[in-house]
Design a protein around this ligand. Structure first.
Ligand code: AKG
Length: 234
């Protein structure tokens, strides 16, 4: 996985709350990742069951198919979690103790209009910035039509998302269309969303989440949306 185009600029990351690292995975590793992720999403038994979640889909309009902690079924991903280059960034961000928290594959199927509205992965009033991070890896190219990653640079910290329309525009928003093999790292308090997949192509992301080892899992189980907060832990 040698990659000379790779660079992690910590001060830039800390200022804007995210960073886009092109071509983090490429060549044979990318091909394996693609094949393994396609195999994963073809197995409905490995997906988080959707029965009983109709209220959540309707209210929050977060509709992706999710595969949580299935990295043992995706050997290239399991290896990546412990890859020296990735662990180097984790150490830069969490010098005291950076713990692997969870993996999450999200799938927006062609023709279903799936999306993820504005959210913060953790409650910024409880945890704050610099404590938990998403390492998002894109196995295939994304586009504005299949679902761009929208972010508000500098929105990470202790502020909560303003109340409003789940997908409504926010001041300062911008979007990224990561290509196959790109990594986007975000602070979990950053305001971010994925717009609807209106394309004829499937859209997938892989998330490797790391947290400060001093954080208790109870502190990280609440996600913030523009129209409410959700305790994923139950
Ligand atoms: O799929 C993406 O691009 C972003 C996923 C996301 O918002 C998340 O995992 O919190």
């Amino acid at each position: 996985m040698d990659n000379t185009r790779w660079l992690f600029d910590k001060s830039r990351f800390q200022a804007q709350g995210f960073i886009h690292l092109p071509s983090f995975v490429h060549g044979a590793d990318l091909e394996s990742l693609q094949a393994e992720v396609l195999a994963l999403i073809s197995s409905k038994a490995l997906m988080v069951p959707r029965e009983g979640s109709e209220h959540f889909f309707k209210k929050y309009q977060s509709t992706s198919y999710c595969y949580v902690d299935r990295h043992e079924h995706v050997p290239t991903l399991a290896a990546l979690i412990n890859h020296p280059r990735l662990r180097h960034i984790v150490r830069e961000l969490l010098p005291e103790e950076g713990l692997f928290h969870a993996s999450l594959v999200q799938y927006h199927k062609a023709g279903e209009g799936q999306a993820i509205p504005w959210h913060q992965d953790i409650d910024p009033e409880v945890v704050g910035a610099g404590q938990m991070f998403n390492f998002l890896l894109y196995p295939f190219d994304t586009s504005l039509e299949s679902g761009a990653l929208f972010v508000v640079p500098g929105s990470h910290g202790n502020k909560r998302l303003p109340a409003g329309e789940p997908h409504g525009d926010l001041p300062g928003q911008m979007h990224l269309c990561p290509r196959a093999g790109d990594m986007v790292i975000t602070d979990c308090t950053l305001f971010h969303k994925v717009n609807h997949n209106t394309s004829g192509r499937d859209r997938m992301s892989i998330n490797m989440r790391f947290r400060n080892g001093a954080l208790d899992r109870k502190q990280t189980s609440v996600g913030i949306y523009r129209n409410g907060r959700v305790n994923y832990g139950g």
